[in-house]
Each structure stands twice: as C-alpha cells, then as structure tokens.
Design a protein around this ligand. Structure first.
Ligand code: ADP
Ligand code: ASP
Ligand code: MG
Length: 410
C-alpha cells in the first residue's frame, strides 16, 4: 500500500492564489507516490478579519455565530486548493469539519475534538482522490459549527492523522522548523532537529505558536509522527518525537514568550482557609485558564492574591473577581494588561538546579524587573513588563542557549 501522509499548510502558505497554486504543485508531486490528506488554514489574516467583522456589529457577539463566521475562512481555502489540484490533473475533494465528521464539544471558540470518523476521507482516498480538509473546525452534537481555538488547524491535522493512522503528519509553515526560540524575535535562534513531546508541549503552552498545544497532545497520545517544516523549500525540518535518553543532556532546549497575558491583583482579602477555592473556583467554572499565582500575606490578617489570565479573558475574569471582592470584603482589585511571560524549557532542568539563578542574572544585567516567577519540572517562567519581552528573549537566548551549546547539566 502507498504511504499515507497528512500535510497541513498554514495561513501564510495559502495566503494568495499564487501560493495556493504553489501548494497544489507540491501536493501533486507527492500524490503521484502517496495517498495524501491535506489540511488547510484560512488565508493569512483572514480569521482576524472575519472576527473583526463580527465584533464591528457587537462588542460581545454570540460565540456560536462567531464560529460560523470564523470557520468560513478555511472553507474557502479547502475548495480553492481542490480546484487548483483538479486543474493539475489531480482529482481532489474538499471536506468541511462536519462533512468529515470531526466531532467536538460545544465550547465555541475553543472546542475540543472528541472523535473523528475517518470513513468518508478514506473512501475519497480509495477512489484515488486527494482529501482536502478545512482545518480549525468541527461540529458539536447539536450540529453547530465549532472552532478549535487560534492555531487550531495544527490540531485538525494531527487528529486526522491519528484517526486514519497516517504514516506521518507534516506541518508546513513559514519557518524551517521548530527553533530554539522565535526566529523573528531572535536572529540567533537555531533550528532543532528533534524535540521531545514534553518540551514541545511546554513551549506550545507557553506561547510558541509554531504548534497549537492540542496538536502535540494528540501526537503524544496517539504516537503520530509530526514533522514541522517549511512550505517554501524541501529542507528537513524538526521532528517531534518521544523522549530519547540523551535529551536530558541539554539544559535549555527552547525559550517561549507570550504577550497574551494580563494580571489581576485582589488586595486586602481576609486570609482564611478556603480563600483560594473561593477565588479560583468560579474562574475555572467560567473556563478561564489561570496561570501564574502569587500570594503575599499582609500584617493585618489580610492577603494580596495576584494571578495571570489570557488577555482576551481579562474583562470576563474581572467581572467574576469583582463579585468575589464584594462577597469577601476585599479592599480593591487592580489589573494590568501590559505584561508578558517569558519561559525557558528543557528536559535537562530536571536534574540541574542552577538555571533559575542564571535567568535572574541575565535579566538583571538588562535591568529587567521580574514581577512573578513560576517553575515546574522542565520550565521556569517569569512575568515581566511587556515592553521588555524581546530584549528578555534575546538576553536569555544569549546566556542560556548560545553560550549553552556547552550548557549541559554539571
Ligand atoms: P502557520 O500560519 O503556518 O500556522 P504560525 O504563524 O501559526 O504559522 O506559526 C509559525 C510562526 O511561529 C513562525 O512564523 C514564528 O514566528 C513563530 N514561532 C514562535 N516560536 C517559534 C519557534 N520556537 N520556532 C519556530 N517558530 C516559532
Ligand atoms: N485560521 C485559524 C487561525 O488563524 C486556524 C489556524 O490557522 O490554524 O487561528
Ligand atoms: Mg499556526
């Protein structure tokens, strides 16, 4: 049987009809030897444009209707690519999420894939066609269109690859692979040949948008072979792989940054057992992800609690927190949406304690103040003023990755 490959092309790669034609050439060459499923994003900038249209009509448009609007971007590129393939003598068929049947929960705007029926795609492949799937979208049990969160076409691709048991899943994008940090921020960034699932999960969750985190979760859980590479050349990219024994030898694998952050402080909350549950329970119930948390105890039996949330959810979080302030008699609520998070990730940190100190020194040398710190087994994150984020990434890259070609655990 010919190999079965899933390829996913991101927004820049399908950003114009010329680029769609170039993608069709590339797919056509592969389709001569392989069975091909191609997952596409919307044209670059299109999802932003569509969401803006909805917000121009209402400050808080109905999430269900927003998904109908946003999903249309991928509908267009899937059909255009099928047309371009047919023009080259390659039979192709486009599929929307509900036509494949990519079933999700009903969390509009950030739906999770629950199951995929690969039957219709497989039939198209058996009939000698390339299956072109609209990324980013699914359907819930009521038949409503859902979207998978920004960058969700990566997840569509890996989940489809898992469902049809593809031999590999190529994520074709506008960079040559996964780098030690965002190459647009730090020209010294270096392409990685391989990265472990766990490191990639951390980097993705900490702001490296080269892969959406859920795509890495699927890859890890179902053993999908993921290859991140350029859509503009044929060079080998980065393989996302299970952990290998030598990987712990490298202290710092990558640096991520995330500007999509905001900070909330509740000042002067009476310090009693159950306080954290009272604050974070309702926020979790509203599906808002709280990240770094800091608590300072004051002298008068009260405490200040500070935490970060995604910037887009600041308004919703503040509404909840204001209620908590009234209920608990806390003094005041402050918020700041000019913060950013910078994170250092590496399996080698498991067995080495000095990394945090090196991070603090590198930032201190640049005069960058650290507002919050959080650590886990293989990462350290710091929250800083947004205006220093690029400087911080470059300084940390120089101190921990560049010098660190030798920075192995000692
Ligand atoms: P696509 O539209 O193909 O899905 P994205 O814009 O979502 O592309 O992701 C690719 C971008 O991710 C790159 O252009 C790069 O700026 C950014 N990026 C962030 N961190 C990294 C990293 N560690 N390695 C490579 N690219 C990164
Ligand atoms: N078009 C969607 C977005 O811009 C999904 C994706 O590109 O992966 O987020
Ligand atoms: Mg993307």
């Amino acid at each position: 049987m010919r190999p079965l490959t899933v390829q996913k092309y991101g927004g820049t790669s399908v950003g114009s009809v010329e680029r769609i034609a170039a993608v069709a050439e590339r797919v056509a060459a592969r389709a001569a030897k392989e069975r091909m499923i191609v997952v596409v994003s919307a044209m670059a900038g299109e999802t932003d444009r569509l969401l803006k249209l909805a917000r121009a009509l209402s400050p808080e448009p109905d999430p269900r209707e927003c998904d109908v609007v946003a999903a249309s971007g991928e509908q267009v590129t899937a059909a255009l690519l099928s047309i371009a393939l047919a023009e080259r003598g390659v039979p192709a068929q486009s599929f929307l999420g509900h036509q494949v049947r990519i079933s999700t929960d009903s969390a509009h705007g950030k739906a999770r894939i629950q199951s995929i029926d690969g039957e219709r795609i497989s039939r198209a492949l058996d009939e000698g066609r390339v299956a072109v799937v609209a990324g980013f979208q699914g359907v819930d049990e009521r038949g409503s269109i859902t979207t998978l969160g920004r960058g969700g076409s990566d997840t569509s691709a890996v989940a489809v690859a898992a469902a049809v048991k593809a031999d590999s899943c190529e994520i074709l994008t506008d960079v040559d692979g996964v780098y030690t940090t965002d190459p647009r921020v730090c020209p010294q960034a270096r392409k990685l040949e391989r990265i472990s699932h766990d490191e990639m999960l951390e980097l993705a969750s900490l702001g490296s948008k080269v892969l959406q985190i859920r795509s890495v979760e699927f890859a890890k859980r179902y053993g999908v072979r993921v290859h991140v590479r350029s859509s503009f050349n044929d060079s080998e990219g980065t393989w996302v792989v299970p952990e290998e024994s030598t990987m712990e030898d490298v202290l710092v694998t990558g640096i991520a940054h995330d500007k999509d952050q905001a900070k909330i402080t509740i000042k002067g909350v009476p310090d009693r057992p159950g306080l954290a549950a009272r604050i974070f329970g309702p926020i979790a119930a509203a599906n808002i992800i709280v990240d770094v948390i800091l608590q300072n105890t004051g002298e008068d039996g009260t405490t200040d609690v500070t935490f970060t949330v995604p910037r887009g959810e600041l308004a919703a979080a503040l509404r909840i927190v204001d209620e908590i302030r009234r209920d608990t008699g806390a003094k005041e609520v402050l918020s700041d949406s000019t913060i950013a998070k910078v994170s250092i990730v590496g399996l080698g940190m498991r067995s080495h304690a000095g990394v945090a100190a090196s991070i603090f020194e590198a930032l201190a040398r640049e005069g960058i103040n650290i507002q919050m710190i959080s650590t886990s087994e293989i990462k350290v994150s710091v929250v800083i003023d947004e205006k220093y984020v690029e400087l911080a990434v470059r300084a940390l890259h120089a101190a921990l990755v560049e010098r660190g070609e030798g920075a192995h655990p000692s």
